[in-house]
Design a protein around this ligand. Sequence first.
Ligand code: FES
Length: 101
Amino acid sequence: MPRFVRVCPAEELAEGQVRMLEADGTKLAVCRHQGKAFALSNFCPHLTGNLGEGFLDEGLLVCPEHGWRFKLSSGRCVSVADRSAHPFPVREEEGWILVGI
Ligand code: FES
């Protein structure tokens, strides 16, 4: 069972925003799309680019380095087969975003 850790106040993650945040030392790319928050590992499986410095395009998280694109819910890379960024479960409770690690 993951342990859910507060990563930031919910109001500090705007629609369409991507942020690099930490949960107990684990670096995450946290974003909000269509009102829902998502978290993937910060590190791109290509050459460890910081996904938390990436951006959203058509509901996909885009790596700022070479543009690989990732599904928010599964972390699956749609640019290259059989690659993915590890997804983490996210909850919003009492005005906070919590990530399960
Ligand atoms: S490091 Fe992410 S696409 Fe190359």
